[in-house]
Ligand binder design. Structure first.
Ligand SMILES: C[S@@+](CC[C@H](N)C(=O)[O-])C[C@H]1O[C@@H](n2cnc3c(N)ncnc32)[C@H](O)[C@@H]1O
Length: 230
């Protein structure tokens, strides 16, 4: 069946909404094949639509989880959550965001239920749903504001010891500032300044989180908002 690439001519005119076909998505992801298959590589799709790219990335990551950890239900569960937590998207249209979130959840849940069988549990499903809701946001990727005018804030999820996960929230506009991303990036311009932290991955001082949460079991991330923030 032919893939539907537009929803309406008005949406094409208003928002440039033309969806990418599966073949093109996979050809593009093959350009970064290793990263697209690595379980913890972080991807942000700033105009994610209904999720053609992020869904394909999640599927690739889950294939890796199955290959590496398919023998153990607990490992499969933990690493499949890691896969989900590293995929981010923004779209300006609410219905696209809803569709994208549901699509990612269904991909994860079908695989989780198939591989973990009787060990699959609803608390983990709620955690996965919550992480997807936090990672796929409705907003304007150009102004980096939500539709209600507040800044787009993404959560970074890091597995710490055992099954504990650390959530840190960052403002997208701060992470995307030119002086961090441009060729003239000055590595020690912000060294030691309040609100900045050294990031080993990019080897630079970057804005710190706007909020940090206590370590929690990854199956309980959905309740962290209710507990005290650090
Ligand atoms: C060309 S479509 C691509 C959708 C998807 N990435 C794909 O390849 O199938 C562009 C998408 O960007 C969204 N969009 C347009 N302007 C945007 C903006 N300023 N911020 C975020 N999303 C935007 C549209 O709603 C649409 O879903």
């Amino acid at each position: 069946m032919a893939e539907k690439q537009i929803k309406s001519r008005k949406r094409v005119a208003d928002h440039g909404e033309v969806f990418t076909g599966e073949r093109e998505v996979n050809a593009m992801l093959d350009l970064v094949k290793d990263e697209s298959e690595r379980i913890d590589s972080r991807f942000l799709e700033p105009a994610c639509g209904t999720g053609n790219f992020v869904a394909a990335i999640l599927q690739r990551k889950l294939n890796t989880v199955h290959t590496k950890y398919g023998q153990s239900h607990s490992d499969y569960e933990r690493y499949s959550i890691l896969a989900i937590s590293s995929v981010y998207g923004i779209d300006i249209l609410e219905d696209n965001v809803e569709e994208c979130r549901k699509r990612l959840y269904d991909i994860w849940n079908i695989a989780y239920t198939r591989y973990c069988r009787a060990d699959a549990d609803d608390e983990c499903r709620k955690a996965a749903e919550y992480i997807i809701e936090r990672n796929i946001l409705c907003g304007d990727a150009l102004t980096m504001l939500r539709n209600d005018g507040t800044p787009i804030i993404f959560s970074q999820w890091d597995f710490a010891v055992g099954n504990k996960i650390k959530r840190r929230d960052y403002r997208l506009d701060e992470l995307m500032r030119d002086d961090f991303t441009g060729p003239e990036m000055t590595l020690d311009l912000y060294a030691g300044q309040d609100g900045y932290e050294y990031d080993e991955d990019v080897q630079a001082w970057v804005p710190g989180p706007v909020k940090e949460y206590p370590l929690v079991d990854y199956r309980e991330v959905q309740y962290a908002e209710l507990s005290r923030c650090l």
